[in-house]
Design a protein around this ligand. Structure first.
Ligand SMILES: [Zn+2]
Length: 196
């Protein structure tokens, strides 16, 4: 074996190895192996039932990495919808299977003139890990009461859907400790100026 061939023989595997080492680790598919299924119980949501059905469908139509389904039994639900007399408030997720999220659908927001399905879809957005963005446009769900009572949009926009898909992209709950905070939504456009 000549000296030249020996050098090449040593070089080729090294080059192949270098190439192989760059690409694969970070170009793995981003889609999860399985879609995360979150189950909910709406047994205590009373008059909000239709709004919940529509809001859930809107989210399921918009996202790919998580799916919302009614729980087979109330005790097995990952989060619950319940009707209350106050302001809506919801656990800020993302909630994962085995979690215990709470969506309180507050009648006070409906009394203020806001659309029940938009309220329900917005609060569900919190379950999926989205924060409020009250200054956003009506095309966003998380703008909540911001655009006023004339806004009845109950579908997430593309950026909101993409953020939720990112929240569930790994299929796994983030490893963190402590409990989730509750987000309280004051669905009111009134300016408290002291005069009427
Ligand atoms: Zn909110």
């Amino acid at each position: 074996m000549s000296k030249r061939i020996a050098v090449l023989a040593a070089l080729v595997p090294a080059l192949l190895g270098a190439t192989a080492g760059v690409a694969p680790a970070h170009s793995a598919p981003r889609a999860p192996a399985t879609v995360v299924t979150l189950t909910y119980d709406a047994g205590a949501a009373g008059p909000w039932a239709d709004s919940i059905t529509q809001a859930v469908q809107n989210w399921n139509d918009a996202v790919h990495n998580v799916r919302l389904e009614p729980a087979s039994s109330p005790g097995a639900a990952d989060y619950v919808y319940e009707a209350t007399s106050g302001w809506p408030q919801t656990t800020l997720g993302p909630i994962f299977p085995g979690g215990s999220g709470d969506v309180q659908l507050g009648q006070q927001a409906v009394d203020e003139g806001y659309d029940a399905t938009r309220i329900t879809a917005h609060e569900t957005g919190h379950i999926l890990g989205l924060p409020d963005d009250y200054s956003g446009p009506c095309s966003e769900l998380m703008s909540g009461h911001g655009p006023g009572t004339s806004c009845t949009n109950a579908k997430p926009d593309a950026a909101e859907a993409a953020q939720v898909d990112a929240n569930y992209a790994s299929g796994l709950a983030p490893t963190r400790h402590g409990h989730h905070q509750m987000v309280i939504d004051i669905w009111s456009g009134r300016v408290h100026s002291g005069s009427h």
